[in-house]
Write a protein that binds this ligand. Structure first.
Ligand SMILES: CC(C)(COP(=O)(O)OP(=O)(O)OC[C@H]1O[C@@H](n2cnc3c(N)ncnc32)[C@H](O)[C@@H]1OP(=O)(O)O)[C@@H](O)C(=O)NCCC(=O)NCCS
Length: 168
């Protein structure tokens, strides 16, 4: 069982009992996502199953970028003072749905939201911080690259996302 389009979070109860198996993600979603969303600090998008239960979420926000000491020459094109980007601040999928390609679907839907946002208020890059090294290959699979060797901060240009979607 999957979901259709992502919907904006509208009630704190939508985060109750959510379990992706990563406590930092689950704690943030259960206890902080609704307030952060209401305060306009993040946009939290939900994947709801046919019963209306939250099976996945992704939280996006805009960020101002600065120079990153560890960035390689390609990443430096984007990471400099005055540049802004979209941060995939948090994402998670319920444990029972993991490992079936649905995390990829959730990320692709998040990237689509990033494109829509950048069409209205342009920026050039999407950024995320992989929670640990084991997740780097997952994000690489969807076009993200570490800003430098061994780095958990990853990026992908909006231009590259746009190109990937155009090819589908
Ligand atoms: C991260 C998460 C969303 C991934 O979802 P998922 O459903 O397990 O991933 P998918 O099944 O969609 O995987 C998509 C592709 O990435 C690959 N992949 C997934 N996790 C991977 C990993 N840790 N290492 C290497 N490849 C991985 C899969 O093999 C698959 O590739 P394929 O299409 O070639 O088979 C999910 O595991 C989750 O919610 N984890 C807990 C919360 C979390 O860690 N959030 C991220 C914080 S940065």
């Amino acid at each position: 069982m999957s979901w259709g389009q992502l919907v904006p979070m509208s009630h704190p109860a939508q985060a109750e009992g959510f379990f992706s198996g990563r406590s930092s993600v689950d704690d943030w979603f259960r206890h902080r996502s609704f307030a952060a969303t209401e305060q306009g600090r993040v946009a939290t998008w939900l994947a709801l199953d046919t019963t209306g239960k939250t099976v996945g979420f992704v939280a996006l926000k805009s960020i101002g970028l600065v120079e990153e000491q560890e960035a390689n020459s390609k990443a430096r094109r984007y990471f400099s003072a005055g540049e802004s980007g979209i941060l995939i601040a948090q994402m998670g999928l319920v444990v029972s749905m993991q490992g079936q390609g649905l995390g990829g679907k959730l990320l692709a839907q998040a990237l689509q939201k990033c494109l829509e946002s950048a069409d209205i208020a342009p920026c050039r890059v999407i950024v995320l911080d992989a929670a640990d090294e084991s997740l780097v290959p997952f994000y690489e699979r969807f076009g993200f690259r570490p800003i430098g060797p061994g780095q958990l901060r990853m990026y992908q240009s909006l231009a590259s996302v746009r190109k990937a979607f155009a090819a589908i």
